[in-house]
Design a binder for this molecule. Structure first.
Ligand SMILES: *Cc1c(COP(=O)(O)O)cnc(C)c1O
Length: 234
């Protein structure tokens, strides 16, 4: 058994245990493998171990990988910060975007999504850690943004995503994730039909699953520690 194979099995075991503790069916949580900084060969190996959903954070790096792995049936998710000059590449090459935090970017993705593809599945990224984090829209601004995005053609708003500040305090982890869960409930009572909570990473996936995560984004626990972030030069 390879390292990636063993790591994937260990992550599945953690997800299974967390679902058991949360009294949730294990098939309510999808594992998104975060392959940023790892070469295409590592993704290929993970696919051979049964993993089908992968996430990337840097546009140029991801396009190279998507081309090299075009022979495989991979569902690609974009989870990184997105600038306007890179929206077209994302609209054309990804199935999901988790990191929408501005209407302008959503409008560009909507306009650029090719008509022959299904709608781009999107989540609004919310800052649940206020001053301790910079990414994501403010909690108070999320409802207006979510309702606006839900109206755009070419996109299908599925839910919310958050990256709380790293902490080993599992109580704090759960309180941050609970904010996202409560916001999802609020938006659904306001008429949106959202089914996705993208939250939980290598160090806090258990807390996320206890608070209702439906997608956990796991990199390090599958592929190992990332050394350096590649230069995204295009
Ligand atoms: C890198 C990254 C992850 C994975 O983090 P790990 O700690 O390596 O599991 C998850 N989500 C986002 C948005 C990331 O950028």
């Amino acid at each position: 058994m390879t390292t990636i194979d063993a790591n994937l099995q260990a992550v599945h075991a953690r997800i299974y245990a967390a679902c058991f503790a949360a009294h949730r069916p294990v098939d309510t949580v999808r594992l998104v493998a975060v392959s940023k900084t790892w070469p295409a060969d590592c993704v290929r190996e993970a696919v051979l171990c049964g993993q089908r959903v992968f996430a990337e954070s840097y546009v140029q790096e991801s396009l190279d990988k998507i081309v090299r792995l075009a022979d495989l049936d991979i569902e690609w998710h974009f989870i990184g910060p997105l600038q306007s000059n890179k929206t077209r590449a994302v609209a054309e090459n990804f199935a999901w975007v988790h990191s929408l935090d501005r209407l302008k970017i959503a409008e560009r993705l909507a306009a650029q999504r090719p008509a022959h593809l299904p709608p781009l599945q999107v989540c609004v990224q919310v800052n649940v850690s206020s001053e301790a984090s910079k990414s994501g829209c403010a909690l108070a601004e999320a409802p207006v943004l979510a309702h606006a995005i839900a109206k755009l053609p070419g996109l299908r708003l599925r839910g919310l995503m958050a990256i709380p500040e790293p902490t080993g305090d599992s109580g704090l982890q759960r309180r941050r994730f609970a904010l996202l869960r409560q916001l999802l409930t609020q938006l659904n009572t306001e008429g949106l039909a959202l089914d996705t909570l993208s939250m939980g990473m290598s160090h806090d996936l258990e807390a996320a699953i206890l608070e209702g995560a439906t997608m956990v984004r796991v990199g390090t626990a599958i592929f190992g520690a990332r050394n350096a972030r590649p230069v995204d030069n295009k």
